[in-house]
Design a protein around this ligand. Structure first.
Ligand code: UD1
Ligand code: UDP
Length: 359
């Protein structure tokens, strides 16, 4: 049986690496890379480092406005899917690549399988929220990572073909941590375990708001600890536009970096004293690493990490980040919130069952 997988952003490549490894034991998988991310350190290095199979289609869509980007993806994904005529199409998460893949497949009456279904922030100003709501509603099989995701789907009356399988990013961490430790070290960045804060910022709701960005940068500069800050290209561009780069470059405690590879990132997360982020994936990885996380957003889809006491929503303009970080009380840790590390196996099995029933 043939499946087409659609992916194109950094976090999707991490997820594809984990799932493809299992999926290809059973299915003929055709990989379509939309090219939403295209810099070597946002895409190429992930293919190399994580042994992701070479894409069968490189659509090379790149960066543009939401409408143009999604529109171009629709045109090119449709061509690929019409050529392949797969038994199903797999999409991941909540990006423009996700909704484009789901929309094309559903219009061609090809089953859509959504991995990371049911996440909600309940903030429709986020492009991701629109993408995931629409994708969930046109998906035929929904793979929810958590029980809260299943409940979110229930509230929208999506009750059938929902499977709580755990989080494929947990599978990825379990598979890669040892490899990361064998091949990389944080010393190359002149960092000592537990003596630095890791920061990542890229969400449109932060980067596209000059004052929010100013508050976040000030918050990081005012920390007592060293801060390691790998900059997403979107963030770098915005900081330059807002003329905040000079301040950041001259801050003594901040080490600015290009985006780092996944294996390096796993080590940085593991050894950080705390993580300040607005990334979905990094919030979870902080939890897997048992490192306190401070999420620079007004809401999160990963509510379990907050309920467990390991993640706190913060606004650095209004709160003293140093105080919060230095007063973290370690709390009980539940290791099963994101499944048992076998999400990819479960997904493969459920897709097989579904297609057997349909054919
Ligand atoms: C996208 C996703 C977001 C996800 C993030 C993961 C959407 C709407 N957003 O956001 O949900 O969390 O990916 O990282 O799909 N750029 C480069 N080089 C690249 C990629 C991007 O320079 O390789 C720059 C371009 O200026 C581009 C900007 O970053 O305009 C934003 O890229 P885009 O893919 O549109 O959105 P992200 O912010 O990366
Ligand atoms: N990541 C990485 N290098 C970086 C920043 C992030 O490898 O410099 C990884 C991170 O470990 C996680 C994924 O990228 O696996 C998260 O992607 P991102 O934060 O871009 O998107 P989100 O998860 O918010 O959609």
């Amino acid at each position: 049986m043939k499946l087409v997988t659609i992916a194109g952003t950094r976090p999707q490549l991490v997820k594809v690496a984990a799932v493809s490894r299992e999926l290809r034991k059973t299915f003929n998988e055709i990989l379509v890379n939309t090219g939403q991310h295209y810099d070597y350190n946002m895409a190429g290095i992930f293919f190399e480092q994580l042994d992701i199979p070479k894409p069968d289609y490189d659509l090379g869509v790149g960066s543009m406005s939401h409408g143009k980007q999604t529109g171009n993806m629709l045109i090119k994904i449709e061509e690929a899917i019409e050529k392949e005529i797969p038994d199903g199409v797999i999409v991941y998460g909540d990006t423009n690549s996700t909704i484009a893949g789901a929309l094309v497949a559903s219009k061609l009456h090809i089953p859509v399988f959504h991995i990371e279904a049911g996440l909600r922030s309940y903030n429709k100003k986020m492009p991701e929220e629109i993408n995931r709501i629409m994708t969930d509603h046109i998906s035929n099989l929904l793979f929810a990572p958590t029980s809260s995701a299943v409940e979110n789907l229930e509230k929208e009356n999506i009750l059938r073909h929902v499977h709580q399988v755990g989080d494929v990013m947990y599978d990825a961490v379990l598979y890669n941590m040892e490899i990361a430790e064998q091949h990389h070290s944080i010393e190359q960045y002149d960092l000592k375990p537990n003596h630095f804060i890791l920061g990542t910022i890229h969400r449109a709701e932060n980067t596209d708001d000059r004052e929010r960005m100013r508050g976040i940068i000030k918050g990081l500069i005012n920390l007592n600890d060293k801060v390691f800050l790998p900059l997403h290209p979107r963030t770098r561009k915005k900081l330059e536009e807002y003329e905040l780069m000079t301040e950041l470059v001259s801050a003594e405690n901040v080490i600015l970096s290009e985006p780092v590879s996944y294996l390096e990132m796993l080590l940085l997360e593991k050894h950080a004293k705390a993580i300040v982020t607005d990334s979905g994936g990094v919030q979870k990885e902080a939890y897997f690493a048992k490192v306190p996380c401070y999420t620079v957003r007004d809401e999160t889809e990963w509510v379990e990490t907050v309920e467990a006491g390991w993640n706190q929503l913060v606004n650095p303009s209004q709160q003293d980040l140093s105080h919060l970080i230095n007063n973290f009380n370690s709390v009980n840790y539940r290791g099963d919130l994101y499944g048992d590390g076998n999400a990819s196996k479960k997904i493969t099995k459920e897709i097989q069952n579904y297609l057997r029933e349909m054919l």
